[in-house]
Design a protein around this ligand. Structure first.
Ligand code: KIV
Ligand code: ZN
Length: 339
């Protein structure tokens, strides 16, 4: 396996559930968490414990019973949220408190009505509070990609000093472009003096259809955790699709020089489970897990694949858990396929 390991932080149960109409009950979330363990993701974000009693119970149930993975719970930067998150998480295996606070001027002015100084103070106080419970603490600078980068550097430096071990740079609105996102990550890596004491993470949204591209660009620039969801579900246009990111890293290891520990043979099962549980069907032409992703309809392609699979397939279907690729007979098919 080449290069550094990329930490896969799966947020299907939290950001994924924020997809309109995708709510899951406790049994469904538990079943999905078990499948995420089979996939061998590194962190499962199980929910936002203070959001509702149901969310609290789901996070607690997963933290209490699921093993061989770190379970994270989301919270805002205030003591009550952090206390409730910890209460839900505390029986987990190395559980993670994930605290977020916006850093962009738009959010500060219109949503939070706070100054930059107040944000900095609140972030540090919150991480210090979380540090009383655990050293596994993630801080997310909400709307980071539209924030003043020097301010994000200042906040990240301060929260790392206060005890954060992962600092996340979310593209909350899906606004970033790949080159720009890579440059932002490079800037943070070069500017934050204590960045070697934390993992730099990215969390991309797909409003411009660029979440996977942005995540890959960020990793090439130095990010070492990627937040993602199965089938790319999530708030609005969704998040980085885990299966696309993981298979891109694996298929283009020659360019990426990093690896993940995901058991890719579990991808197909995980995708089907998410669409069954949420009722969000996967578009047929979706990369990796769409029903057509390994189908060949044209005669020229069928002839090629029947002679040698790699003529038209860059991924072996068995690598994602499909027993075989498929030839489908249609109006463009030829004699070789029919035979
Ligand atoms: O999109 C976002 O900014 C988030 C954070 C809470 C990480 O989901
Ligand atoms: Zn998000």
């Amino acid at each position: 396996m080449s290069g550094d390991k990329i930490i896969i932080f799966d947020t299907t149960l939290r950001d994924g559930e924020q997809s309109p109409g995708a709510s899951m009950n406790m049994q469904e979330k538990f079943r999905l968490a078990q499948q995420l363990v089979k996939l061998n993701v590194d962190v499962i974000e199980a929910g936002f414990p203070i959001a509702s009693k149901g969310d609290f119970d789901c996070v607690k149930n997963i933290a209490d019973h699921i093993r061989d993975v770190r379970v994270a719970g989301l919270c805002r930067c205030n003591k009550k949220d952090i206390d409730v998150a910890w209460d839900a998480l505390k029986n987990g295996e190395d559980p993670r408190i994930h605290a977020f606070l916006a850093t962009s001027d738009i959010h500060l002015k219109y949503k939070l009505k706070k100054t930059r100084e107040q944000i900095l103070e609140l972030a540090v106080a919150s991480i210090k509070h979380a540090a009383k419970y655990t050293s596994n603490i993630e801080f997310s600078a909400e709307d980071a990609t539209r924030s003043d980068l020097d301010f994000v550097c200042k906040v990240f430096e301060a929260v790392i000093d206060a005890g954060a071990t992962t600092v996340n740079f979310p593209d909350t609105t899906g606004y970033a472009m790949p080159d720009e996102h890579a440059a932002q990550i490079k800037y943070l890596m070069g500017k934050i003096p204590n960045i070697d004491k934390a993992i730099l993470s990215v969390h991309c949204h797909n409003d411009l259809g660029l979440a996977v591209a942005n995540s890959l660009a960020a990793v090439k620039a130095g990010a070492r955790q990627v937040e993602c969801t199965i089938n790319g579900i999530g708030e609005r246009a969704g998040n980085t699709a885990m299966e696309e990111f993981v298979m891109a890293v694996r298929t283009r290891a020659d360019l990426m020089d990093v690896h993940t520990k995901v058991v890719t043979e579990q991808i197909h099962t995980a995708s089907r489970l998410v669409s069954t549980i949420t009722g969000m069907f996967v578009q047929p032409n979706k990369a990796i897990v769409g029903a057509n992703a390994f189908l060949h309809e044209s005669g020229v392609h069928q002839d090629g694949v029947l002679k040698e699979r790699t003529t038209y397939e860059i991924i072996n279907p068995s690598d994602i858990g499909l027993s075989k690729g498929n030839i489908v007979l249609g109006k463009h098919s030829g004699r070789h396929a029919l035979k």
